[in-house]
Write a protein that binds this ligand. Sequence first.
Ligand code: MOS
Length: 729
Amino acid sequence: MTVQTIGKSLPRVDARGKVTGSSPYSGDLSMPGMLHMKMLFAGRPHARILSIDTSKAEAAPGVVAVYTAKDVPVNEYGLQWQDQPVLCGPGSAKPGADVVRFVGDQVAVVVANTEAQAASAVKLIEVEYADLPVVIDAEEAMKPGATRIHEHIGDSNICVHYKIRRGNVDEAFQYSDVIVESEYRTPVQEHAYLQPEAGLAYIDEAGLITIECGGQWTHEDQHQVAHALGMPDEKIRVVYPAIGGAFGGREDMSVQIALALAAWKLQRPVRIIWSRQESMIGHGKRHATVIRAKWGATSNGKVNAIENVIIGDGGAYMYTSNKVLGNSAITSTGPYFIPNAKTDVYGVYTNNVPGAAFRGFGAPQALFMAEMQMDKLAEKLGMDPVKFRLKNALRDGDPLGVGTPSPSPVSVVQCIEAARDRFGWEDGKWKGKHGTSHLRRGRGFAAGFKNIGFSFGYQENCWAKIELHGATKIERVVLYHSGAEVGQGAHTVMMQMAAEAIGVPFEKVNLVASDTVKTGNSGSVSASRMTFMSGNAIRGAAELALKKWEAEERPAIAEYKYLAPLTTQFDHDTGYSTPNFAYAFVAQAAEVEVDTETGHVRVIRIVSADDLGKPINPALVEGQIEGAVVQAQGYTLLEDYKTKNGRVLTDQFSTYLIPTVWDIPEKVESVILEIPDPNGPWGARGVGELPYLAVAPAIASAIHDATGVWIDEFPFTPERVLRALGKIL
Ligand code: MOS
């Protein structure tokens, strides 16, 4: 039986429930006898807690319990390094747990009969702090003698350092006919997902401590909660209800451990819902970076040497900084063949809100630099920036900065050509063609690439189970998978792939998802990996289940764990490695209008050409492209995260502005390329992050085209644009 399901724009399986409001998100959950939790946040960026007095809070009306550091069995957690206390303060065995390192550090939790009672009691907790010097500038933090953020970790605040070394940069620059040197600054970005952190924890029928809370990786959440409670993983159950967006911001823990602690100690259901303000100080952000770059090219239009220093503000804890900045190292060459390359990437502890995973995962920062450098070189050489890119673009077999070629087909040339043709890019920019009005139009072009999957030597894996029910023919397929549906459409895509692999109509497929009791470990919805990884797991399970079906087993049940091709870690001194099993490529073009009187930048049109191998559901792919472009446009033009001495000034949507329907580009055009990945399911790679990558440099380039100025720091707010134009001081 052949029923083709993939490649079709089927409606999302979660659409109806979400649109009608019937799907429960974690903040909607409730149980009989449920208690309510409120957290006490540090509210100061760096201090030692000398004492905590909870007696008044404990005596307050309705209060059932107050927990502090002394109540947490193993007072530490973290996705990469366990460097963060669950609750900061004295009384736990964790060295350094008595220090708060950013405003969102959690100090105590109150559990009460009502949310209002918990909120009033939190204010009665008396904490005696001894303030410590506040370190907010990553470059200051790197200096010898800087105040240490973690006295017990390493010998400085530098917590990540990667090196790329290829060829001989110093010698090669002598042959460069043009050299461009610049310093770039890229901003923090808040994930701004619709649903703030919330969760419900309780003891289930089997006696497991159960946490229902949105996340990106059920089994990793389970493991981190178990570690902090000093329990085996099997005692903890994690279930994902509907999740209102993630974008990387739910990779790290927020409320889960405190909820589990309270539910376990009290043996009662406990719920918490963070306010937007709590969410904005309480979870990590996109890393701010300072990047110094020197790039040289020869007069025949070839980049011959590059040298970069990238400094990422890691904030108070590691989170995933080591992985994020690894991607910055890989993408610091842009999608180009660079014979001589030297890049140093540093991650630095500071007292800022932690730098965390965020769509693009270190690539947007490095690519902003790379693409700006490419544009400036093209300008100096008098070459069309698109032709210049094509001349330097990676080809199959060319080594990346890490010294080995991409395992996936290198399709940057095809992406550049596709974006160029759809956009109608003519030779040269528009400079001088846009009249003398204060409204100046400009066009910009940029390209990028990114890995698919968590790799760097980690054996990427993904689990799926398939049950085939029926007698003579397959009546019903049940797919078990733990991959999270965070709003991207993953569950629909998985079910489409299961239908295709089994050869049944889509309607026959049911999904059991994201429950550590019912599903194995399918890994994180991160790194654009879920379509690639789940598709391979589903195909493996389907093949085995079909064999059992043919052998007359009823129901036919099979599970399968897909193992992706092996990868290697960076060589410490040179970066030499095969750090990923797949890469995807993108090219984007932007047309903007700059009002030179107000400094306002309007995005008229974006073309995004993304090679994702194979669109399993084209409408969902377009949704990813449009969503990513809008999110990246917010990053580029609007989202102006401000802090003062480590305190977040823009901790609400009245001060931290994200695009509304009035701000988004008038037109986003998706060009989907289908150059199959040899290891991808039906050739698919992934698309979650790809269309985010080159938007900022494409807009920056268009602003330059419109106005003649390069602005090396964004967001390109009206104020910053006017200053660059020399209209204000
Ligand atoms: Mo992501 S930014 O790899 O969740």
